[in-house]
Design a protein around this ligand. Structure first.
Ligand code: BES
Ligand code: MN
Ligand code: ZN
Length: 500
C-alpha cells in the first residue's frame, strides 16, 4: 500500500491539505474547537453554521483559507448519535469521507469524536478511506492520479489504532488481491496465472500443492475435469495450507475458480458473458484469505482448496445429456453445461473431506444468477447444515458489513435434481429456487458430521454501482467476512476445542 497512515496524539496541521472532522450529532463543539486554530473564527463560524445536520453519513466539504493564508479543504463528517459507532458503520463512514475529498494527492488529517465509544475508530476510518480508494488502472495509458498520499489521525489510543491498522493493512492487501484477480481479464487471469499466484503464497509459509489433469484422471475427478474439457487451458485442483498449530480444529475453505464461464455448449447470451471473467471469485477469495492469515501470523489451522478451470466450447466440450462419475463415485447427468460451478465444487468438496478431514468446511462460489434475483447485491446467500455455524457467519457479516442472508437447505427441494439416468443431475427440473437447488446439489457431496456452509457470492462480488467501500466493479466480498469468522473461531477456541 502506498499511502502512509500514522496515528498520533496531535496533528501537524501546517502540513495538511485536507482536514477531516468526524463529529457526532450533538458534538459540533468538537469540530469548532479543532477548526478554530486552523482556519480562524470567521471561517469556523460559517462552516459550523452549515453543519446543522450531523446525522450518520452526512458529509460536507468546504474550501477555505487557513490562518497562514493557504488553501485547505475541510470535511465535516456526521457520525450520527453518540455511542452508535461500530466497526462496520465507521469503515463505511471512511468510504463516504473518501468520496467527499475533492483535492488530489492530499495529506489528510483526521480528528474524530468517536473514540470515547470506539477506541479503534481512527483505524477503521482510515481503512474505509483506503478500501474505497482502490482503482484498477493498469491498462489505462493515463492512470488516475491518487486522491490521498498520506493519512494522519489524532487519537489518544495511537498504539492500539496502529496495531489494529497493521492487521487491517494485511486484510486490505487480501481484499485488493481479490479485486485485482477478479478485474483482470480472462486472457490474463487464466488457470496458469491463478496457479502462479497460489504458488506465491509459499513465501509466506503457506504449503501449496497441486493436482494437474493427469493426477485428477487417476483418482477420478471427472466432474471437475469434464467442465474444463472444452478449453485449451489447464484444469487444476490447488490446496493451500496455513497452520500455526496442528492441535486446532481444521477449517477448510473451498472456492469455485472458473477463469471464464461461457456457459459451454449451453452458451450464455453475449450481454451476460463478459462479466464471467469474475467467475473465479470464490477461488480468489480463498487465496486472499490464506494470504491474510499468513501475513497476520494468525492462530489458525486452515486449508484452502480451489478447483480452477475454464468453461468453453470445442469439439472436446462436454454435452448436455453426458454422464460423468464424480470423485465420490456418484454419477451426475449434465443437464446444462452452464451449471458448471457445482460440478467443480462437487469434486473439490469431496477431495477436501477425504484428504484433509476438516472439522468444518465453507465454500464460496459465484454459483447462481438466481441469487441476484432473490437477494440483490447487498446480501450474499448463505446455506448451512448447522444453525450455530450459520449464526456465527451472519454475526461476522454484521461486524464487517458484508451481509449474509440464510436460505433453506430443505429436503423438499431434493426431488428437483433427481435424474432418470444417473444418481443426480446438475440442474433442477422446476423453474424456481435456482440458488437452493444448486446448494442442494452441493449438499450431496458433503459428508454427515461435517459442519458445512455454502456462500453464493454471484451478486455481491461485483457491482455496477459504487458501494460504500468499493467503486463500481469488484468488491472483494468474502475476505473481510471470513477473516473475522476465522479469527473469532480460534479466539473462542484457544485450547483447540470445538465451539460448534
Ligand atoms: N457463473 C454462473 C453464475 C453467475 C451468474 C455468476 C451471474 C455471476 C453472475 C453459473 O455458472 C451459472 O451459469 N449458473 C446458471 C445456472 C443455471 C444453468 C441452472 C445460472 O445462474 O443461470
Ligand atoms: Mn455457468
Ligand atoms: Zn459459472
Amino acid at each position: 500500500m502506498s499511502t502512509t497512515v500514522v496515528f498520533s496524539e496531535s496533528l501537524n496541521t501546517s502540513a495538511l491539505n485536507v482536514v477531516v472532522i468526524v463529529s457526532v450529532e450533538d458534538g459540533i463543539g468538537f469540530a469548532e474547537k479543532r477548526l478554530l486554530p486552523i482556519v480562524g473564527k470567521n471561517a469556523t463560524d460559517s462552516i459550523v453554521k452549515e453543519c446543522d445536520d450531523l446525522s450518520y453519513g452526512k458529509v460536507k466539504s468546504f474550501r477555505t483559507l487557513t490562518v497562514d493564508g493557504k488553501f485547505i479543504e475541510v470535511i465535516i463528517a456526521g457520525a450520527g448519535k453518540r455511542g452508535s459507532a461500530n466497526r462496520a458503520n465507521t469503515e463505511k463512514l471512511g468510504g463516504f469521507i473518501y468520496d467527499a475529498i475533492k483535492s488530489k494527492n492530499s495529506s489528510v488529517g483526521i480528528y474524530s469524536d468517536l473514540e470515547s465509544g470506539l477506541e479503534l475508530a481512527s483505524a477503521y476510518i482510515s481503512s474505509g478511506l483506503l478500501l474505497k480508494s482502490w482503482v484498477f488502472d493498469k491498462y489505462k495509458s493515463k492512470p488516475e492520479s491518487p486522491k490521498i498520499s498520506s493519512i494522519e489521525c489524532q487519537t489518544c489510543y495511537s498504539e492500539h489504532n496502529g496495531e489494529e491498522f497493521s492487521r487491517l493493512e494485511c486484510l486490505m492487501d487480501g481484499v485488493f488481491l481479490v479485486r485485482e484477480m477478479v478485474t483482470e481479464p480472462a486472457n490474463v487471469m487464466n488457470p496458469d496465472q491463478i496457479l502462479e499466484i497460489a504458488m506465491s503464497l509459499k513465501k509466506f509459509g503457506v504449503k501449496v500443492s497441486v493436482l494437474d489433469q493427469r493426477d485428477m484422471e487417476k483418482i477420478g475427478m471427472n466432474a471437475l475435469l469434464g467442465v474444463g474439457r472444452g478449453s485449451d487451458c489447464q484444469t487444476y485442483l490447488i490446496s493451500m495450507e496455513y497452520c500455526s498449530d496442528k492441535a486446532r480444529d481444521k477449517i477448510a475453505l473451498v472456492g469455485k475458480g472458473l477463469t471464464f464461464d461461457s456457459g459451454g455448449l449451453c452458451l450464455k447470451p453475449a450481454n451476460k458473458m463478459g462479466e464471467m471473467k469474475g467467475d473465479m471469485t470464490g477461488a480468489a477469495v480463498v487465496i486472499g484469505i490464506l494470504k491474510v492469515l499468513a501475513a497476520q501470523k494468525a492462530k489458525a489451522n486452515v486449508v484452502g482448496v480451489i478447483g480452477v478451470t475454464e468453461n468453453l466450447i470445442s469439439g472436446k466440450a462436454q454435452r448436455p445429456g453426458d454422464v460423468v462419475t464424480s470423485l465420490s463415485k456418484k454419477t451426475i447427468e449434465i443437464d446444462n453445461t452452464d451449471a458448471e460451478g457445482r460440478l467443480v465444487l462437487a469434486d473439490a468438496l469431496w477431495y477436501t473431506q477425504e484428504k484433509h478431514s476438516p472439522k468444518l468446511m465453507l465454500d464460496l462460489a459465484t454459483l447462481t444468477g438466481a441469487i441476484q434475483v432473490a437477494l440483490g447485491h447487498e446480501f450474499a446467500g448463505l446455506f448451512a447444515n448447522s444453525d450455530y455455524l450459520a449464526s456465527e457467519l451472519e454475526k461476522s457479516g454484521k461486524i464487517v458489513g458484508e451481509k449474509l442472508w440464510r436460505l433453506p437447505l430443505h429436503q423438499s427441494f431434493a426431488d428437483d435434481i433427481k435424474s432418470d439416468i444417473a444418481d443426480i443431475k446438475n440442474v433442477g427440473s422446476g423453474r424456481g429456487a435456482g440458488s437452493i437447488t444448486a446448494a442442494m446439489f452441493l449438499k450431496e457431496f458433503v459428508l454427515e458430521g461435517i459442519d458445512w456452509a455454502h456462500i453464493d457470492i454471484a451478486a455481491t462480488e461485483w457491482d455496477s454501482k459504487n458501494r460504500a467501500l468499493s467503486k463500481k466493479g469488484a468488491t472483494g466480498f468474502g475476505v473481510r467476512l471470513l477473516i473475522d469468522f476465522i479469527t473469532r473461531y480460534y479466539e473462542n477456541n484457544s485450547r483447540g476445542e470445538s465451539v460448534l
